[in-house]
Ligand binder design. Structure first.
Ligand SMILES: [Zn+2]
Length: 116
């Protein structure tokens, strides 16, 4: 691992901030999901379909958000374990620029492209 103590601290605080933002967004999203639920009892068929579509989108957003939180937790765990910044596939060092763009990245650019 080529990241300095300082780099690691930076990534760790970025990850923690991201996680807090996601958890906050999650609370708002859950409220939106509940609102749709209530509306379905009193709206007509057409707007009911709109509401269902909105709910599906909101569920999909929630699913992605939870996945992202899991990735962030895994990254934080790797910082603690001292494995952070290594590709989980080939063990090569992940480009710090890549980590700056997505601190939860687990793959080097080569492996990420191979999986895409
Ligand atoms: Zn790799």
């Amino acid at each position: 691992m080529d990241l300095s103590e300082n780099d690691l601290k930076n990534f760790q605080s970025q990850l923690l901030k991201l996680k807090v933002d996601l958890l906050k967004a999650g609370e708002t999203g859950q409220q939106a999901e509940e609102v749709v639920e209530l509306d379905q009892t009193r709206v007509g068929r057409l707007s009911r379909m709109d509401a269902m579509q909105a709910q599906a989108m909101s569920l999909e957003t929630g699913r992605r958000r939870r996945k992202h939180i899991v990735e962030i937790d895994a990254a934080l765990e790797r910082i603690r374990a001292g494995d952070y910044g290594d590709c989980i596939e080939c063990g090569e060092i992940i480009n710090p620029k890549r980590l700056a763009a997505n601190p939860a990245a687990t793959l080097c650019i080569g492996c990420a492209e191979a999986q895409a």
